[in-house]
Design a protein around this ligand. Structure first.
Ligand SMILES: Nc1ncnc2c1ncn2[C@@H]1O[C@H](COP(=O)(O)OP(=O)(O)OP(=O)(O)O)[C@@H](O)[C@H]1O
Ligand SMILES: [Mg+2]
Length: 210
């Protein structure tokens, strides 16, 4: 059996630059690993079923925070069990755009669900797996919302108010303080190339490349 792979997640508020950084790290990894060794995925989603749930979540309709939490957890369970764990069992590097830290930042700090409620359900939904490395891109809310406005389209989350994103940003930084070894905070106001270089050092370290 292959050695257990490496699970790396990308976190930050909407518009912080997660997808941009993930794609850049992915391209770099392809210079080092064969394509079948590196998996790019995202949450909510990542499997057909979970992507359908993502569509539901992004509708601009009111919902109970707990109903939303269960939907996120259903998506995470399917994605983790059917895609992430099999890839890790095959020794692959899995890059995931958002994972559990998003749920703590958005559902606990953003929407007010109790921390231990999320922690309990999350333990089930993740089947106990944890990222080896989490790259948290930190940017002021104004910068992130400005970038999103340029993109044009707002979904349910992005249409929430400024104060919501301030709480989510604060939540992420609080999580990072509690998990300094795993969560590395990157200053996302720097040019994309600079953010990539900082991220790459952490990636190299967890992959044992340095
Ligand atoms: N370091 C950077 N400096 C300036 N602009 C950036 C930087 N990184 C990304 N961007 C730009 O900001 C916008 C948002 O980036 P991106 O889509 O990667 O963010 P995201 O965190 O994935 O957002 P979402 O949560 O909405 O998926 C894009 O137009 C991207 O080109
Ligand atoms: Mg994105």
């Amino acid at each position: 059996m292959a050695r257990w792979g490496k699970f790396i997640t990308f976190e930050g508020i909407d518009g912080s630059g997660k997808s941009t950084l993930l794609n850049a790290v992915y391209e770099r990894l392809l210079e080092v690993f064969p394509a079948e060794k590196v998996v790019k995925t995202h949450e909510p989603g990542g499997t057909h079923f979970a992507d359908l749930l993502r569509g539901v979540l992004s509708e601009r309709v009111e919902r109970e925070p707990m109903a939303e939490l269960f939907t996120l957890m259903a998506a995470r369970y399917d994605h983790t069990k059917r895609k992430i764990i099999p890839a890790l069992q095959d020794g692959k590097v899995v890059l995931c755009d958002r994972y559990s830290d998003s749920t703590f930042a958005y559902q606990v700090f953003g929407k007010g669900i109790e921390y231990y409620t999320v922690a309990r359900f999350n333990k089930v939904a993740t089947l106990g797996i944890k990222p080896k490395l989490t790259l948290l891109i930190d940017v002021p809310v104004d910068v992130a919302l400005g970038r999103l406005a340029e993109k044009g389209k707002l979904d349910h989350y992005e249409s929430l108010d400024r104060a919501f994103f301030e709480r989510v940003r604060y939540g992420y930084l609080a999580l990072a303080k509690r998990a300094k070894k795993r969560i590395k905070v990157l200053d996302g106001t720097q040019p994309e190339g600079v953010v990539l270089e900082e991220a790459w050092k952490h990636v190299q370290r967890v992959l044992g490349m340095v």
